[in-house]
Every structure is written in C-alpha cells, then in structure tokens.
Design a protein around this ligand. Sequence first.
Ligand SMILES: [Zn+2]
Length: 139
Amino acid sequence: MTQERGRAGGSLKICPRCGEPYSYIERVVRGSRVYYYAVHYEGYVKSGDKIKKRVRKCYLGPDYYEYVSKTHYNLGITLKGLHDSTRAISYLNNLLNTITHMKMDAGTLKTTVNILESALTKLKSRMGTGSASNEPADS
Ligand SMILES: [Zn+2]
C-alpha cells in the first residue's frame, strides 16, 4: 500500500522544522505550559496482523502560536513567543494599524483617543530622562 503524498503549493501546511507537509498541529499541555508538535502521517506499517498508523512528530516549541493566532487574525496580530523582545512593539504597531482603519462609534472613538493620548503623555515624559532604557548606566 502506498500513500499519496500531497503536492506542495496546495492548502498544505508546511512544517517549519523539517519542511515537510504536516497533517495537523498537536497541542500538548504539561502543567501550565503548552507545547506544539507538527504531526506527519507517514503511511501504515504492518505488524503481525495489525496495521499501525505511522506518525512522526516535530517539536515546534512552546512559541509556535500560528495555529492559535487564527483567533486574533482580525486584529492583524500574529502571536509571537516570549523570547521575542520586540513583540510588544510589533503587536502595538499591528493593532494600531487595525484600529485606525476600524469602524467605531463616537463613544469608542473617544475612549480610544483618550487611551492613546494617555499612553503618549506617559511615553513622552520618559524621553530625555534616561528611563528610556533598561540598561544600567555605565559608571
Ligand atoms: Zn516536521
């Protein structure tokens, strides 16, 4: 028995680890942490009179959020891992881009402008005070 392999270029998902198409993403919860695996079906093996599905899993790490990000797609956000120190700025940029093009009523618009003005005031007050960096100053 041979299994037909999907052709690249279709709606196939490509595993970022091995570059092969995967069947689905498996989400494994251990304690409070979540790990993601790309699951590849690799046909079947006969073992005695039983037929077993052959599966290969590629570990994608706890930072693979593409699968989860679909729920945030309408906000223009692709979730990133904790190790990505620029993610807050990246989220903000994408979110602002979405917000500035979003339809909203007068009340929501006023609230949004107030939030942004408040944030701007706080950020501007940090400019030139040396608190813009987390790095300790040289002595
Ligand atoms: Zn893989």
